[in-house]
Design a protein around this ligand. Structure first.
Ligand SMILES: Nc1ncnc2c1ncn2[C@@H]1O[C@H](COP(=O)(O)OP(=O)(O)OP(=O)(O)O)[C@@H](O)[C@H]1O
Ligand SMILES: [Mg+2]
Length: 312
């Protein structure tokens, strides 16, 4: 499945299903999702609210159990029962940054504690923990003195930096960023994105970037998967997805991005995706149409897509 064998697969997800609710009447939040994330890249998952994006992230960090399917990190299975050592390793190497920095920081704890939480209970000396917290705060552009303050003293952008410091302090390889800028003022979104990409370059980090907003993802993602009601409908290298969006749901998401030209914007016709009319599931399979572009489609749709994209 790896289209470029030189690329190293850091995370491999295959046919992942995640269920909530009772065994007899389960709610299938994630329904057979498969993808690879290569070392050093930013892989995006985009889709509307409730489509299962956060659930995929939480299943990777083992907060939600997988119902079936496989998740491998460095080629090691990490779903189901795993050794204590592997569990520890995952907690360290895979970190998650959360959607809402106003809600995700413990208001009653000092920044020093919030940032160091993952380091506690590992037999580290207090001085070492303090030093790592100071370093992490500086790495995200905050003053080490902030360690003794409480979250309410900080702005949204600063709070998200604290969330990033909390992840970085663990020296992770893989960061799941769940809508890291959606709750921030537009004016500070770019700062946080720039910080994330600078850290990625310096440390060779790999990101899984979750968002409902395709306009931001173009600038930061190498590849993007589009999720609809727990199923991937399309996945492609970023430019290919923007140039040749094949699934009607992808096109609907793209048409919702505002255009800079007001004349174009005013006359724009929004594409509406109607799953009823489109029968999203019947006789549709997840197919590789070449060059790393995948589509959930019928046999005819897949053949037609190949022609559109490759002219063959
Ligand atoms: N712990 C849970 N128990 C029951 N249902 C859940 C649970 N967590 C998520 N769900 C349901 O699973 C579906 C997917 O939720 P999820 O949070 O993954 O969506 P999302 O794509 O991250 O949405 P958003 O963009 O709003 O964050 C939703 O219908 C949600 O209500
Ligand atoms: Mg979510």
């Amino acid at each position: 499945m790896n289209p470029n064998p030189k690329k190293e697969v850091l995370l491999q997800v295959r046919d992942l299903h995640v269920h909530f609710g009772s065994r007899r009447h389960p709610f299938e939040a994630v329904r057979g999702v498969s993808f690879d994330v290569y070392r050093g890249e930013t892989f995006g998952i985009v889709g509307e609210s409730g489509s299962g994006k956060t659930t995929i992230g939480r299943t990777i960090i083992r907060v939600n159990p997988a119902y079936s399917g496989s998740i491998q990190f460095h080629g090691q299975e990490i779903t189901g029962r795993i050794s204590r050592q592997l569990d520890r390793e995952i907690i360290e190497k895979i970190q998650m940054i959360f959607q809402d920095p106003m809600a995700s920081l413990n208001e009653r704890a000092k920044i020093a504690y919030i940032v160091s939480e993952g380091l506690q209970g590992r037999g580290l000396k207090k001085e070492e923990i303090d030093a790592r917290v100071s370093k992490a705060l500086q790495d995200v552009g905050l003053l080490p003195e902030f360690a003794s303050r409480f979250p309410h003293e900080f702005s949204g952008g600063q709070r998200q930096r604290i969330g990033i410091a909390r992840a970085l302090v663990m020296n992770p390889e893989f960061i799941i960023a769940d809508e890291p800028i959606s709750a921030l003022d537009v004016s500070i979104r770019a700062q946080v994105l720039n910080l994330m990409s600078q850290l990625q370059k310096e440390r060779g980090l790999t990101y899984l970037f979750i968002s409902h907003d395709l306009s931001v993802m173009r600038y930061i993602c190498d590849r993007i998967a589009v999720i609809h009601r727990g199923k991937f409908v399309e996945m492609a290298p970023t430019e290919a997805l923007y140039r040749h969006p094949l699934h009607p749901y992808t096109r609907a998401l793209l048409s919702a991005i505002p255009q800079p030209n007001p004349l174009v914007e005013r006359n724009k016709v929004l594409e509406v995706y109607d799953p009823q009319a489109h029968h999203p599931e019947q006789n549709r399979a997840w197919c590789d149409i070449g060059d790393g572009h995948y589509l959930l489609g019928t046999r005819e749709e897949i053949l037609q897509a190949g022609q559109t994209v490759h002219g063959t």
